[in-house]
Each structure stands twice: as C-alpha cells, then as structure tokens.
Design a protein around this ligand. Structure first.
Ligand SMILES: [Zn+2]
Length: 293
C-alpha cells in the first residue's frame, strides 16, 4: 500500500490517501450522494492509435453506466473529451457519434452534467455539442441534495477566444476573467459543500510540472480557497491517475476510459459525497480509490 502512495500523497497525510478495495465499510455518518464520474471517453469511429482504443469506449461506458444504475447513482458527471474526431467524418457525422455515445451515458443516472474537453469541440461547435446533449452552457452549477456542483469551461484560448473547431491547440487553455467572476459569485450564493469539475488541470503550475495547466489556474484556485466551501476538484485531460493538495483543497485527476484495449483497461468511479462534507472516491478498473477529504 505504501509503495503505491506518491510522495505528494504522503505529504498530504490522510487527505488523498489511497484505499484498498474493501475499505469502504467504515462508519462515515449519513447517507452519501452518489456521483458517477467518467472522463476522456474519446468515442470515435476511428482505428486505434497508440494506446487509445476509440471504438472500445462504447462498451466500456456501457459497463460503467450499468454499474452506476445498479448502485443507484444520483448524478453522472462526464469530465470532458466524450468524443474524438475520425478521419473523413464531417461535423454532421461527429454529431451522430455524440448522439450515440450520449444515449449510453444518460442511462447511468437521472441527471448528467457535461464538462467541455478540447476534443469535444475539435469537430463539433460548443453550441452543437450543448444542443445535442441538452445543456445550456459549458460552465454551470446546480445542487444535488446537500451538495453544490460547479462545472467549469477551460476551453478558451489565452487570448480570450472561445474554442471553435480548428482555432486552438490542447495546451492553450484558460478560464477567462468573466467566468472567474461568475464562479466567485456562484460560490458566494451557496451555503452547501461544493464540488468543482474541470477537464484541464487546475493544479499544474508548480515549477515541477510547468506544462499545459489552465493558464489562469492560480486565480481560479484563489477564488476556490477564499470561498471556504470547496471540498474537492476533479479533472481529466492528462489520462492518468494523479492527485495533489493545494492550500487545503484536494485536486484529483481521473484515469481516461479510452486508454488500453479490453474491458479491464478502463477507469470510472463513484464519488460518495457525505452530508458532513467528507468524500470517498471508489475507483473501478484502473481508477484508484481514495479518501479525498
Ligand atoms: Zn483526453
């Protein structure tokens, strides 16, 4: 167990500690809200490239959503890169693939929240993506029982332009000031424990890891910290399990579903969110389980 803990997890103490599969019988008080989490599904009718098996994601997502249904999940959050582009397929075709994968996704729980990933808007516009899945904006917030949920949209270029197909690279990502103002007001307006979801990394700005985090992450983190309400931030984009604590807030990066061939090469999770603000992440397949905070 200790071998599996990274140095940062060690420094963080019990926050973000890894849990063995049987470690969920402990006595946290109250009935949790169950969030089903999936990220980087990258569904496309494209041949596998490197470690990404795009077409297998349909069956992997079917497994995840059956698990979510069986465990009576309250809300599924899809953390971005739900689709990818396939050679020779136009925007209309891509939209049909989005419909196909979304049909599976929405069977997991009575409600689903969508976070924009760079690949979601690589061939389909933000507007077309949103109208296909039935969500009004990329950034939004809503309540599930005693929990407040915030979805952020970091699919904006550092010059302030919103992503449209063909105008961006995956590493030019920021959350613009207007959205940070919205976030600040949204957090002021809630009294509930809050979860934040963003596709791109909000914890990547240390000299140790200089690359491709959200450019405005320090500003965003400051808003999250000063609210005193944020219990955990969940992300995707970099495809591997990772976690860190920044100024008392845990940041967890989830394992991509698209990586690897076969049902066992997958990752999804249930986030158990308790009324007192405690969080347990139950990982399935290659997703690690953690006590988040
Ligand atoms: Zn991805």
């Amino acid at each position: 167990m200790i071998d599996a803990l990274s140095r940062r997890d060690f420094l963080a103490g019990s926050m973000l500690a890894l849990l063995a599969p049987g470690a969920f019988a402990e006595s946290l008080s109250g009935e949790p809200i169950r969030f089903g989490l999936v990220t980087d599904v990258h569904f496309a009718k494209a041949p596998a490239r490197g470690t990404r098996f795009y077409q297998e994601s349909l069956a992997k997502l079917q497994e995840a959503t059956s698990y979510f249904r069986e465990t009576k999940t309250d809300c599924v959050i899809e953390l971005g890169d739900l689709i990818d582009s396939a050679p020779g397929v136009d925007a209309k075709g891509e939209r049909q693939f989005l419909e196909q994968i979304n049909k599976v996704l929405t069977t997991g729980a009575p409600q689903t929240g969508y976070v924009f990933g760079n690949h979601c808007v690589g061939a389909v516009t933000k507007g077309d993506f949103l109208s296909t899945v039935g969500q009004k904006t990329g950034h939004r917030s809503f309540d599930v029982g005693p929990w407040h949920v915030v979805l952020l949209d970091a699919c904006h270029k550092m010059d302030g332009t919103s992503y449209v197909p063909g105008n961006f690279t995956y590493d030019d990502t920021t959350i613009p000031d207007w959205q940070i103002d919205w976030l600040e007001n949204d957090l002021k307006d809630t009294k509930k424990h809050t979860l934040v979801f963003c596709h791109q990394r909000l914890d990547w700005t240390t000299p140790e890891r200089p690359l491709t985090g959200v450019a405005s992450a320090p500003k965003v983190r400051k808003v999250l910290e000063s609210s005193g309400k944020v219990r955990g931030v969940f992300m995707g984009h970099t495809h591997s399990n990772d976690a860190s604590v920044v100024n008392g807030i845990p940041y967890v990066t989830l394992r991509a579903m698209v990586e690897g061939s076969g049902a066992e090469s997958s990752g999804y999770s249930t986030l158990l969110a308790y009324p007192d603000g405690s969080l347990l992440l139950r990982g399935l397949r290659d997703q690690l389980s953690r006590k988040v905070g």
